[in-house]
Design a protein around this ligand. Structure first.
Ligand code: TYM
Length: 327
């Protein structure tokens, strides 16, 4: 059976970008693949969180994963820092990565611009750690959003290069997996390109109905359609993206027609989007509350997940050491 692995950094609550970009695909995949899901707490260190936030946020995210429908019986969930094998593979893979190619990764360049006083080596080698997360399980598929495409390309490069250097066919090249066969980028509601924790423009799975309505109603728009069948500017196309991912095809067709004949009222469009987002979020939010209160259960899930992940990673590492020449 093919293997799937995916992760999320625990630097804040899950938002719609995480849900539609990765978690929803993952839930769909857990029946058909041997699946592992993890909480990337080491990756979150690249932006220097406070120590007290680290354990708390791992538990918070765990409850949110479960509430989204990840079933730990079928898809074990673990915390990255519980599986030390990853670090050894990270070290090995780093020996084959070049400064130039790591510096060219867009997310590195963006982070370096955003935090110029903290351009640390962890940021630079972030794609290698991500490759180690995936390759340690020799996973074939990785559900991710559009923003992770370049990191995934680096993971494939790590796999190819290792195979090439040692003349083996050991690591499969992991492929991106998308829910509807195409990469998703959930936009921000503030007119910016993407919904993201560091952008401060998120709708969270914990948001109550009123908050969701308020956030959607405040979304940036323009004067409205001026000429029939015109191209939509980005801020408006963003709203249609929400229709595409949260609403029915009929609702999309209805508002698309209204746009094309210039009778669209943004207030109506936003109301539709807000109600459809609430339909997705409300049941998840209720389950988050139920799971969050059972700390013993959360700890047990993480412990059992770590056992499965360690066993899988240890088997890979044993082979990797042998291939490299450590006997
Ligand atoms: P992170 O924590 O930023 O996001 C987790 C997942 O959510 C997706 N995502 C989005 N998808 C569409 N639209 C958006 N606006 C949006 N925002 C976030 C991301 O694509 C991602 O799939 N580097 C990863 C974590 C990671 C990882 C891994 C993932 C570490 N190791 C190994 C897969 C496999 C990250 O920072 O994701």
């Amino acid at each position: 059976m093919e293997k799937v692995v995916s992760g999320i950094r625990p630097t804040g609550n899950l938002h719609l970008g995480n849900y539609f970009g990765a978690v929803k695909s993952f839930v769909k995949m857990q029946d058909e693949y041997e699946s592992l899901f993890f909480i990337a707490d080491w990756h979150s260190l690249t932006t220097s969180p406070k120590p007290e936030d680290i354990q708390r946020s791992a538990r918070v995210i765990l409850a949110e994963y479960l509430a989204c429908g990840i079933d730990p019986e079928r898809a074990p969930i673990y915390v990255q820092s519980d599986v030390k094998e990853t670090l050894e593979l990270y070290l090995f893979l780093n020996m084959n990565m070049y400064l130039g190619e790591l510096e060219r990764v867009t997310t590195f360049k963006e982070k370096a611009r955003k935090q110029p006083d903290n351009v640390n080596a962890g940021l630079l080698t972030y794609p290698t750690l991500m490759a180690a997360d995936i390759l340690q399980h020799r996973a074939q598929k990785v559900p991710v959003g559009k923003d992770q495409e370049q990191n995934m390309e680096m993971a494939r490069r790590c796999a190819r290069r290792f195979n090439h250097i040692y003349g083996v066919d050991f690591f499969p090249e992991p492929q991106n997996f998308y829910f509807n066969a195409e990469a998703v980028k959930v936009p921000g509601l503030d007119g910016s390109g993407k919904m993201g924790k560091s952008e401060g423009n998120c709708i969270y799975l914990r948001d109550d109905d009123k908050t969701i309505r308020r956030k959607v109603m405040r979304a940036v728009t323009d004067l409205g359609p001026q000429t029939p069948n015109s191209e939509r500017p980005e801020v408006i196309e963003n709203l249609f993206t929400f229709l595409r991912i949260c609403s029915t095809p009929d609702a999309y067709a209805y508002f698309d027609e209204k746009w094309n004949d210039c009778s669209l009222r943004y207030g109506d469009l936003k109301k539709q989007i807000a109600e459809d987002i609430i339909k997705t979020v409300a049941p998840i939010r209720e389950r988050i509350e139920a799971f969050s209160s059972d700390v013993d259960f959360l700890d047990r899930v993480a412990r059992q997940g770590a056992e499965v992940a360690r066993e899988s990673a240890a088997a890979t590492l044993k082979e990797v050491r042998r291939i490299i020449g450590f006997r």
